[in-house]
Design a binder for this molecule. Structure first.
Ligand code: ARG
Length: 455
């Protein structure tokens, strides 16, 4: 490509460190789309003839067909995807291929291709998040009444419903999807036409190419156009946050599946056995989803460090932007799909969850609230009395509902028989009717709202 200036071939090591086709071949579709839009614009503005454009367009179509058929020759000697496509175009249509690169540089070309790729990755991730949310909502609806312990500090806190717990993740994944949509809206400006860094002396129509490629507008500063990678950093940030949410649900699946908890069963589809211990069923998929955040957050760190301190405009450092982004989104998309599969597959053990929901004096707050509401005690006094009741129940080896009324009345004379109505996990959950609370009525209202949003 630069034989005019150079007379010697690059050292083998130079080629080894410089070549990027092994990974940027993933930009092939974006590269061809960008070139087709550019060629159409060059013809429309009279920079190239319509005959030249027609030849270039049909050559690019033929290349796209080769790529679809898997016959396109990706060659290291042409370094990257941009020069591979251009070299192939020349083999196909001859020297007129050389007109395509008028008013363009690989700097705006790669900025464009990469932005298109990241934009699509954000769209795919948002769609997969919606699919995951849909599965969660379906399971939540079936289990809006299924009791389970709610935890703080992983200690039994108050009874909740399994549906409510699943819907907490629907909220998280909803914010994750909206982060990808926000990132998309901000990145949706076309850098094409910025050329190497300073813009172009040709009468390029940047509005036209921006529109053809689905962008809202062209970028407004040519230096920024070829230097900016914050769109990728932002997408990786959104991916990292999403991956942390996935890891929390994955961890809960791992915990729930232990025989000690026994809250859920996963089928054979998302588990593995052990080569030595025949009894084992391991939640490998959940563990791997839990682990992927390492790779994804690592990608964000990697690209942040690559970009830090880079002077304007383009530097070859930026070729290192692609691998972390590809790796992160491969990991994220696989995690989202696997998680949707696991959530659809898991079977809760309703009896075991309900039994656990009442363990650990989980309705102690209900007792205290009853004292406040019925006897008009200050909450702090009610808390104290309830603490004493828990202590006494522990001594007697019973739960709160198993305490004789006389024991409770020894703590406060005003306590009557109807206290026992609030001490069951079901009553406890059903009483929490505040907006967003765990009462099945509230959970169903949130499910209804999400079903409308997701459809
Ligand atoms: N393969 C390069 C990259 O990924 C394309 C841009 C090269 N530009 C340059 N001035 N060498 O960044």
């Amino acid at each position: 490509m630069w034989g005019g200036r150079f007379s010697a071939r690059p050292d083998a090591l130079m080629q080894a460190i410089n070549v990027s086709i092994s990974f940027d071949k993933r930009l092939a579709g974006q590269d061809i789309a960008g070139s087709k839009a550019h060629a159409a614009m060059l013809a429309k503005t009279g920079v190239i003839s319509s005959e030249a454009e027609a030849q270039i367009q049909s050559g690019l179509d033929a290349i796209a067909a080769e790529m679809a058929a898997g016959t396109f020759p990706f060659r290291d000697e042409f370094e990257d995807i941009h020069m591979n496509v251009e070299a192939r175009l020349r083999e196909m249509i001859g020297p007129v291929a050389g007109r395509l690169h008028t008013a363009r540089s690989r700097n705006d070309q790669v900025a464009l291709d990469f932005r298109l790729w990241v934009r699509e990755a954000c769209d795919r991730s948002a769609a997969q998040l919606v699919a995951l949310q849909t599965v969660l909502v379906t399971r939540a609806e079936a289990h809006a009444d299924t009791l389970m312990p709610g935890f703080t500090h992983l200690q039994p806190a108050q009874p909740v419903t399994f549906g409510h717990h699943l819907m907490a993740y629907v909220e998280m994944f909803g914010r994750d999807a909206s982060r990808f949509r926000d990132a998309r809206a901000r990145m949706n400006e076309s850098p094409l036409g910025a050329a190497a860094l300073a813009g172009s002396p040709f009468p390029v129509d940047r509005q036209m190419t921006a529109k053809a490629l689905g962008f809202d507008r062209p970028t407004a500063n040519s230096l920024d156009s070829v230097s900016a990678r914050d769109f990728a950093l932002e997408a990786l940030s959104a991916a990292s946050i999403c991956a942390t949410h996935l890891s929390r649900l994955a961890e809960e699946i791992v915990i729930w599946m232990t025989p000690q908890f026994g809250f859920i069963k996963l089928g054979d589809a998302f588990t593995t056995g052990s080569s030595i211990m025949p009894q084992k069923k391991n939640p490998d998929a959940a563990e791997l989803v839990r682990a992927k955040v390492g790779r994804i957050l690592g990608s964000l760190t990697s690209l942040t460090v690559v970009m830090k301190g880079l002077p304007l405009a383009y530097s070859k450092d930026m070729q290192e932007d692609k691998v972390p982004v590809f790796e992160a989104f491969d990991a994220l998309e696989l995690s989202l799909l696997a998680m949707a599969g696991m959530v659809a597959d898991l079977e809760p053990n309703i009896e075991k969850m309900a039994a656990a929901a009442g363990a650990g004096f989980s309705t102690a707050t209900d007792l205290a609230d009853w004292l406040v509401r019925t006897l008009d005690l200050p909450f702090r006094d009610a808390h104290h009395i309830t603490g004493a009741a828990v202590k006494r129940a522990e001594q007697l080896g019973v739960d709160l509902a198993g305490l004789p009324l006389a024991e409770l009345q020894a703590l406060n004379q005003g306590i009557g028989e109807d206290i026992f109505k609030v001490l069951t996990p079901a009553a406890s959950a059903a009483s929490r009717v505040s907006y967003g609370g765990t009462a099945p009525s509230q959970v169903r209202a949130q499910i209804k709202r999400w079903k409308e949003t997701l459809s």
